[in-house]
Design a protein around this ligand. Structure first.
Ligand code: AMP
Length: 128
């Protein structure tokens, strides 16, 4: 079910539990600012999620409230994941859902990285 991206942070969400080590993940990268792991239901040959180490529901929440060091570190981590997984040459797509219209399911900011094959149009079909 889609979440309301304006809701208070829910510390029991699945990515919070992954960050606390309560639930395993297939880790691909970690530093002081971010954790990256394979999506459990991949939508492309490469489908990795990058999440910040902090309690932020959405991009708006994160960019409004996170300290500059974390904002910078998080986005650097996204770039490092793309580099380390050797996605730069072939290309990749970054996507972050926020709120109900986007069907955000997990109320902890996450960036999807898709790669490994031609990814088709930006959206499945044009929406008006
Ligand atoms: P979103 O719709 O942008 O909130 O995407 C949430 C993503 O989290 C989906 O692509 C799910 O497949 C993925 N997901 C949910 N639970 C897990 C988990 N335990 N480990 C890895 N990925 C997960």
């Amino acid at each position: 079910m889609a979440v309301d991206a304006r809701a208070p942070y829910d510390t029991s969400n699945i990515f919070a539990r992954i960050l606390r080590g309560e639930i395993p993940c297939k880790k691909v990268y970690e530093d002081d600012f971010a954790l990256a792991f394979h999506d459990i239901n991949p939508q492309a040959p490469v489908h990795v999620l990058v999440i910040p180490k902090g309690e932020y529901v959405s991009m708006a929440d994160f960019t409004a409230k996170a300290p500059d060091t974390l904002v910078t570190g998080f986005f650097r981590a996204v770039g490092k994941v793309a580099e380390e997984l050797e996605l730069v040459e072939g290309g990749y797509r970054i996507l972050a859902n926020a709120g109900t219209n986007s069907h955000q399911e997990v109320p902890h900011l996450h960036v999807h990285i898709f790669a490994g094959a031609p990814l088709g149009p930006m959206l499945a079909s044009k929406i008006s």
